[in-house]
Ligand binder design. Structure first.
Ligand code: GDP
Ligand code: ZN
Length: 458
């Protein structure tokens, strides 16, 4: 119920400098005020002000915690409700103590995503913006972050609204035609509908074209670093991870101890596969060799094959090259600081010249060339940086495809001068499908499902 007042710890779990508890709802101010002792009583304080004071345990009357309280009165807050944010010392114990005291008041623990859900239900943000908040929290690279941020600000919503407006015009036209059929504007209307649906379809197409890039930017390019023992895989990984702030996520429940590691190269996030194997200090030939490479290779979007440039190609490497023919492949000729022995001619039979990258990991040479090669492979050389309306959410992509199909049906029907009320059904369907993206026509179940993906406190 929106009339309830909710609270949750909004900062990450664990130790930090400070932790923030967010309280939202009609009773937020009055209930917190009962526990809070400060110079100005909270109930009398102006909106958007910060107050120093103490949380008091009402049972003992003792000070429980020294805090800063920020007050935001409705509707000028994230949820549009009265919001109180309590900053406590960062330790788990002190936050939890304040939280416990709050929950003894007329305040209940918020569900995951409930703050954002309220912002949505109160009309502060639309559904695609709410989903972008999830993306923001999870984003793995600067680029992904700015895309999500743009979406929070509503760039996708804005485009979708324009398209729906266009369809609405078409629908209005149809309506008039159905109401006054004697005007004999049937064929004119058909042309009008073809115009409008054609326009919207091509706009949808260009949004869908951004989807592939959006997916990459959001989830990262799944990348396998493979090669024979001692060519420099671990060194490369360490060097990339060191310079590019690796985010390591442990995925429990998998049989192998697979570690996913994210790095960003030139704003492109790479999700490195099977780094556990590569990271091993003792390189066990048979495990790290061809067998292990094979597993990682099948999953990868991008294969980085490292060879030792100071040695001739090995039969294992030729075999691997044969196997991965046709895949997205970059060959790294490592150890270029040593006299070169590798046969570039042979390599050229398997990979284009600009996808063979000479490097010396030891001397930190060639990382830029590697970045460029990856950009070339996945973004035809350039990453669009101006227009960041990348559609990257699977739900949005599916709806765009559905809407396009409905419009296609409408277009063809109009072309064959099918009775206008039949066409109307398809145009209306497309209009609804686009509406689902921004949440104007979304069902409760879908909305619940989306917000359940949030973590607590968001
Ligand atoms: P891996 O078995 O493929 O993971 O290879 P490592 O990263 O463990 O490297 C094997 C050896 O090659 C180590 O002694 C590294 O210091 C060395 N090495 C790595 N990169 C270079 C390089 O660019 N030049 C030279 N000369 N040695 C390198
Ligand atoms: Zn290694």
């Amino acid at each position: 119920m929106l009339s309830e007042t909710i609270a949750a710890i909004s900062t990450a779990v664990g130790e930090g400098g400070i932790a923030v508890i967010r309280v939202s709802g009609p009773e937020a101010i009055s209930e917190v005020a009962q526990l809070f002792r400060s110079k100005t009583p909270l109930t009398e304080a102006a909106t958007h002000t910060v107050h120093y004071g103490f949380i008091i345990d009402p049972a003992s009357g003792e000070k429980a915690e020294e805090v800063l309280v920020t007050l935001m009165r409705a509707p000028r807050s994230f949820t549009t409700e009265d919001v109180v944010e309590i900053s406590t010392h960062g330790g788990v114990v002190s936050v939890q103590r304040v939280m416990d005291l709050l929950l003894q008041q007329k305040i209940r623990l918020a569900e995951p995503g409930e703050f954002t859900k309220r912002a949505f239900l109160n009309g502060r943000i639309d559904l695609s913006q709410a989903e972008a908040v999830i993306d923001l929290i999870r984003s793995k690279s600067n680029k992904a972050f700015s895309i999500a941020l743009k979406q929070v600000e509503g760039s996708l919503s804005g485009k979708i609204r324009l398209l729906r407006q266009t369809l609405l015009e078409a629908l209005a036209h149809i309506e008039v035609n159905i109401d006054y059929p004697e005007h004999d504007v049937e064929s004119l209307t058909a042309e009008f509908i073809k115009d409008k649906t054609g326009l919207v379809m091509s706009e949808i197409d260009s949004l869908l074209r951004t989807a592939e890039q959006g997916k990459i930017l959001r989830e990262g390019i799944t990348t396998a670093i493979v090669g024979r023992p001692n060519v420099g895989k671990s060194s490369l990984l360490n060097s990339l991870a060191h310079d590019n702030k690796a985010i390591v996520t442990d995925i429990p429940g998998t049989t192998r101890d697979v570690i996913e590691e994210y790095i960003t190269l030139n704003h492109i996030p790479l999700k490195l596969l099977d780094t556990a194997g590569i990271r091993e200090t003792m390189d066990v030939v048979e495990r790290i060799g061809v067998e292990r490479s094979r597993n990682a290779v099948t999953e990868a979007d991008l294969i980085l094959l490292v060879v030792n440039a100071s040695e001739p190609l090995h039969p294992d490497e030729i075999e691997l090259l044969e196997q991965i023919r046709g895949r997205q492949l970059i060959v790294i000729m490592n150890k270029m600081d040593l006299p070169s022995q590798v046969d570039r001619e042979v390599l050229s039979r398997y990979v284009a010249d600009d996808l063979i990258v000479p490097m010396s990991v030891k001397d930190d040479q060639g990382v830029n060339d590697l970045e460029n090669a990856i950009s070339k492979l996945f973004f035809s050389g350039k990453l669009e940086s101006g227009d960041l309306t990348y559609v990257s959410n699977v739900r949005h992509i599916a709806l765009l495809k559905k809407a396009k199909q409905s419009l296609q049906d409408a277009y063809e029907a109009a072309d064959m001068l099918v009775p206008i009320d039949m066409i109307q059904i398809d145009v209306r369907l497309a209009w609804e499908q686009l509406g689902e993206i921004v949440g104007d026509t979304a069902h409760d179940a879908l909305i619940d499902q989306i917000f359940s993906q949030f973590c607590l406190g968001k």
